[in-house]
Design a protein. Structure first.
Length: 183
């Protein structure tokens, strides 16, 4: 997921609506599975569904949810630091937009002891925090490129979109493709 020219909504109302719609679609897919199905590992064939590293990385629903949670935390922590006067890159050192798949792998490794229940709780909480953050922004703050010096030349919306709507779409696509393998 590289941030380039967000093609998402251009006003706050649509932004919030799309993020919430993506969120609801994600949970619709998850809730369409039995608790037993949600706990099962993905079938072996998932690793070869695509050449992107996430196909081999994520082995179950929990892995997908902790990934989403981690990206929410990246956004929330980055915005908090920026608002506190600390300008730093969105991705933590030593990662950048070329090496973020390695960061995602580390996130995966660090969360292998996380339960599915904990992953769901964490993700629900972080989504609520992100939506609260978004709802507290003006359109100018969200969409104006360079509005916040710590964001750089892009708009805050690019990072918010990538961490919400775009990521929810990714998770829905992944879970649906996995579901087709199971059937």
């Amino acid at each position: 997921m590289i941030l380039v020219n967000m093609r998402g909504p251009t006003n706050l109302k649509d932004f919030l609506r799309q993020a919430e719609a993506g969120w609801m679609e994600l949970w619709s897919v998850i809730d369409g599975q039995s608790p037993e199905e949600q706990e099962k590992p993905f079938p072996e064939g998932v690793a070869t569904l695509g050449k992107e590293k996430h196909w081999a990385r994520d082995r179950n629903l929990r892995d997908v949810l902790v990934h989403l949670y981690a990206w929410h935390r990246l956004l929330l922590d980055w915005v908090e630091a920026g608002r506190g006067g600390v300008a730093r890159p969105f991705l933590p050192a030593p990662y950048n937009w070329r090496t973020y798949p390695e960061m995602n792998r580390v996130i995966w490794e660090q969360n292998q002891a996380t339960s599915l229940s904990e992953a769901k709780t964490n993700l629900r909480q972080s989504h609520a925090e992100v939506m609260l953050l978004l709802g507290g922004l003006t359109e100018e703050e969200l969409f104006s490129r360079g509005f916040f010096s710590w964001v750089g030349k892009t708009a805050l919306s690019d990072y918010c979109y990538a961490s919400t709507t775009a990521h929810y779409r990714w998770a829905v696509m992944k879970l649906r493709r996995v579901g087709r393998l199971v059937r």
